[in-house]
Each structure stands twice: as C-alpha cells, then as structure tokens.
Design a protein around this ligand. Structure first.
Ligand code: XMP
Length: 531
C-alpha cells in the first residue's frame, strides 16, 4: 500500500484517485503524522503532495524523518519536491512570479520514472511531456546524490531523481488530467518502482470502509437521510453492510418524487437489503404549505425548510431512543469529495444567489449528532462503482441527478398534486424512450449520452385536436442537457425521430397534455432546471 502525505494541496485527493486507478490501495494522512505511525503503516511507497505553502517561508511543513529512514521509494510532487530538496540538502529559491498552467517539460537522464513515457520527441530526440504546472518557488540546487530528471526553460530543475534510493520528484502535477502522461507516471511509481501488486479493485474498498465504519461507530446507532439519489443510496448500502440494524434510514417523501420512486427506494432498501427504513409520507404537508406560492425562490425555501423540519423531527425521535434502543449518536451523510472541496470555500461565492439549494449542512450540530461520512474521499464515478460493487442496481447508481426540491422546481409556478401526477407520467415516458434509443455512432443509449434529462410542466393551456374533438390542455417541455460539471451545459441534439416518438407517446398516453416542446437553451444563459 501507498501512503500519501498531505501538505494541504487542493488536489491531494486526485493523487489518491490516480493511485486507486493504478489498482493500488492508498491512504491520505496529514504531513505531520508521527514517525511511529509511518513505521506501523509500513507503506511500500510514499507520495508527498503539493501545498499552498512555501518551503522557503514555512519551516514547519516538512515530511517526518521516518519518510527518509524507511528505505522505501518516495515521490515528491510540487511542494513535495521542494520539501524533499530542502530536507535532503538541496536549495529552494523563492520567487514572486508564479508559473501556472500548461507547460512542456523535457525529460533528462533516462530515469526509471520517465523511461518510455513521453508525449512527443523534439527534432534532437528529447522526450517531451505535456504537463500542468502551478508553483512559485522552485528547486535551484539538487540535493547530493540527485540527478536532473526534467526541465523547462523557466524551471531548469522541474524534476529530480535519486535512483539508488528510489526518490523521484516533479515540480509539475502528474495527478491532474491536464498532465497527459500522469496516469502512466503513477502506475510507474506505485507498481514498478514501489512494487505494489496492482490487484486492488473498488470491491476491496468495501472491506476497508466497513472496518473503518465499525471502528468509528462502535455499538452506537446511526441515522441517515435517504433521498433515493446516488450518494445517499450508496452511503446507506455501505453503512448497512458495516453495521446492519444499527442503521436507520429516514426517507422523507415530499410528494414531488419521480414516478414510483418512493416505492422503488423502499423496495430496494427495506425489501432487498433488509435495512431499517422509515418512510415519512409528507406529501400533504408539502402540498399544503406550497399552495398558492408561485415564486421560485419562495418555493425552494419552503421545500428546504419543511424537509429539514420533517427530518429533524424523525431524527429527534430516533436520537431519544425507545425501549429496545439506546438512541442514535451519529448522523450519516453521503458527502462526496467534490462536496468537501466546495464547502471548503475553494469555489468563489457568487455575489447573487441564482437558486437557493437544499442545504442540510448545519443539521448534525443542531441535532447534537456526530457526523459519519464514509464517501468523503471518493469522486462521483468511484461512488457509482462502489454502489455497483455493493449490489445496488446499475440503473439506480447511474441515474441522472435529481434536485432536492424535486418536481417542485419542474412545475412552474403553483405546485398542485394534479400537475405533479401529469408531470410524473410524462417524465417517465421521456426517460423510458431515452433509455431505449441507441445512438448508432457511439453504441450508447441517449440516456447515457445525456447528463440530465427531464420534463417540465408548464401551467398554460393550448388548443389541440384529437380524433374529431377539440382539446384545451397543458403543455410540457422536454429538457435534455450534456455537461461535465453542471456549471455550464449544452442542450442535447436528440434525434428528431426520438423527440417525435416521445411527443406522440406523451400526448397519447397522458390525458391532460396536448402539446410537447423542446428546450433548446444552453446554460448560461438559461439554467438546467427551469426554476
Ligand atoms: P441549475 O438549474 O442551477 O442546476 O442549472 C444545476 C444542477 O443542480 C441541480 N439542482 C439542485 N440539486 N438541490 C439539489 O440537490 C437543489 O436545490 C438543486 N437545484 C438545482 C440541477 O438538477 C442540476 O443538476
């Protein structure tokens, strides 16, 4: 296994991810763990992360001595390279100009680390790498025993190696995908240089995560808010695997879920996994409070507040315990790594609120519960892989995202149960057809080719003709987008035949809807949801 020592870089989790992708187990720990910890961890290799700090100024931020005493290969990245240089007798110079972004690095010295790894070769035959750089300080003198491994015009020592000891260091960031050969470099380091077997798979993560959850929870009880979404579902399945009936899931059904969604969640978790799930039927409460409210922000706030109220009331009951139960001590959440980064304040806070998102951030403190977040280190695609490994159905785990306020933001203006029922049926038809339609060029279904697709209910009526009769019914809009990060999105170029089929089916099968339109707006300027 590999030990990643974190010096506080934004992208340390990416290092862990690349190591996992090389099928090697790793753990991230803070840079100031004790020498004893490192010895008992017994890593086959150690990776030192980047940092925002400067080796030049911050004399505290060093790798523990055990890193150098253990006799295992070490890879230093960015700051990790600089601290390696400083600690082993080299020199780092401070610079007030930062080098940031794409760079082309020339490989030197035929090191094991870079051997046969290159993006292109110069006319003189030098191996070149396309990399991503982000640094101010740089190493200006190699430590004794080191040789030059890579350079750029502005950073003459962009990589160094002491091959005898298995020490390698790079100033650039191999963990970001912009560094084209990054994955190859990690595989080289963890498998060939550190000698890890490369037989670790996501399924192995389960045993480790289960052990950690058991250790953290002991014989206490845990509450989890189950939404039917990917993250909370995978968290629930994982925690249930670890502690069985010590977990109780609370599933708040606000009446604004997709067709049969509530029953499907119950069937999966209560039925198949035999987990304890409390389904709170709060549709009447939500509908009642939403009646007559048409402002999108107000609707969002009402739904968010009611959701928290209902969940808190259930959680308080569970916390109090009853005859057979001691009461819950933990609140579990399906927080995943991108959420951690986001709440860490790395994304700039927007000056204006575009939409008030569901926020359950303060819940654990308000309830006096400890937090259990077993997915904190994983990226979305890893969470999905884990879900499949835990036996959750592929369709559930690879479902498009669904907003917390549910259909409440897909029914424009006033929310009524009548509208929600029409929308649910239309939406189910759209999704069914997307799942069936295969794009010949890619061999993928249009459900897979879109990031999010759904139907929006427009509370306006238009005239139509069906059979010999006149109709005067509602309009729905189809929305399908393609995006990487949901911050910007393109509308999907769905085939006309598919759109036509969906339109026909909705109008024929859902009485009350006689017109279907397609939303061809990108984000920006439109948003993905209509409210
Ligand atoms: P917009 O509409 O802002 O949506 O382009 C971007 C993504 O966020 C989802 N979304 C939400 N997710 N709670 C959520 O959990 C919310 O309140 C919420 N509002 C929007 C939306 O579905 C899209 O994927």
């Amino acid at each position: 296994k590999i030990l990643v020592l974190d010096f506080g870089s934004q992208v340390t989790q990416l290092i862990a991810r690349r190591v996992r992708e090389a099928n090697v187990y790793c753990e991230i720990h803070p840079n100031d763990v004790s020498d004893e910890f490192i010895r008992s961890f017994a890593p086959k290799g150690i990776i030192l992360s980047g940092s925002h700090a400067s080796t030049y100024e911050d004399h505290e931020l060093r790798a523990p001595q055990a890193v150098w005493d253990l006799g295992v290969p070490v890879l230093g990245i960015c700051y990790g390279m600089q601290t390696m240089a400083v600690q082993l007798g080299g020199v780092v110079s401070w610079s007030d100009t930062r080098e940031f972004g794409y760079a082309e690095v020339r490989a030197h010295g035929h090191t094991k680390f870079l051997q046969d790894i290159q993006d292109f070769a110069t006319a003189e035959g030098h191996g070149m790498l396309k990399v991503w750089m982000s640094h101010g300080d740089k190493v200006t003198a190699l430590p004794p025993g080191f040789k030059l491994m890579a350079s750029t015009p502005s950073c003459p020592i962009a990589g160094m190696a002491n091959e005898e000891k298995g020490y390698y260091a790079v100033q650039f960031h191999p963990e970001v995908t912009h560094t084209v050969q990054g994955a190859a470099m990690f595989t080289r380091f963890v498998r060939e240089i550190a000698g890890c077997a490369g037989d670790w798979i996501m399924g192995d993560y389960i045993a480790e995560a289960v052990a950690k959850i058991r250790e953290q929870v002991g014989d206490e009880e845990v509450i989890l808010g189950l939404s039917g979404g990917v993250d909370s579902s995978v968290a629930a399945a994982l925690i249930h695997r670890a502690i069985g009936d010590q977990l109780t899931c609370v599933f708040v059904d606000h009446g604004l879920l997709r067709l049969n969604e509530g029953d499907m969640v119950m069937e999966m978790f209560a039925g198949k996994l035999h987990a304890k799930v409390i389904r709170v039927d709060a549709a009447d409460l939500f509908m009642g409070e939403l009646a007559g409210v048409s402002d999108p922000e107000q609707k969002r706030k009402i739904i968010g507040r009611l959701f928290v109220d209902v969940f808190k009331a259930e959680a308080a009951k569970l916390k109090a315990g009853d005859g057979g139960h001691k009461g819950a001590a933990f609140l579990a959440q399906g927080t995943i790594y991108p959420d951690v980064v986001e709440s860490g304040g790395t994304k700039t806070k927007k000056a204006t609120t575009i939409k008030s998102h569901h926020n359950v951030g303060g819940l654990p403190e308000q309830l006096g519960l400890k937090l259990l977040e077993p997915l904190r280190e994983l990226f979305k695609d890893e969470v999905r892989e884990l879900g499949v490994a835990l036996g959750l159905p592929h369709d559930m785990v690879y479902r498009h995202p669904f907003p917390g306020p549910g259909l409440g933001v897909r029914i424009l203006g006033d929310v009524k149960m009548e509208y929600a029922d029409l929308l649910r049926r239309a939406d189910a038809i759209f999704i069914e057809e997307l799942r069936k339609a295969v794009d010949a060029a890619s061999g993928k279904t249009w459900y897979e080719l879109t990031s999010q697709a759904f139907v929006v209910f427009l509370p306006v009526k238009s005239v139509g003709v069906m059979g010999d009769g006149r109709t005067y019914d509602y309009v729905v809009a189809l929305r399908a987008v393609q995006t990487q990060d949901f911050m910007t999105a393109h509308w999907a170029h769905l085939p006309y035949e598919l759109l036509g089929k969906v339109s026909n089916r909705i109008i024929n099968e859902v009485r009350g809807i006689n017109r279907v339109v397609y939303d061809v707006s990108g984000k920006p300027p439109a948003t993905i949801e209509w409210e």
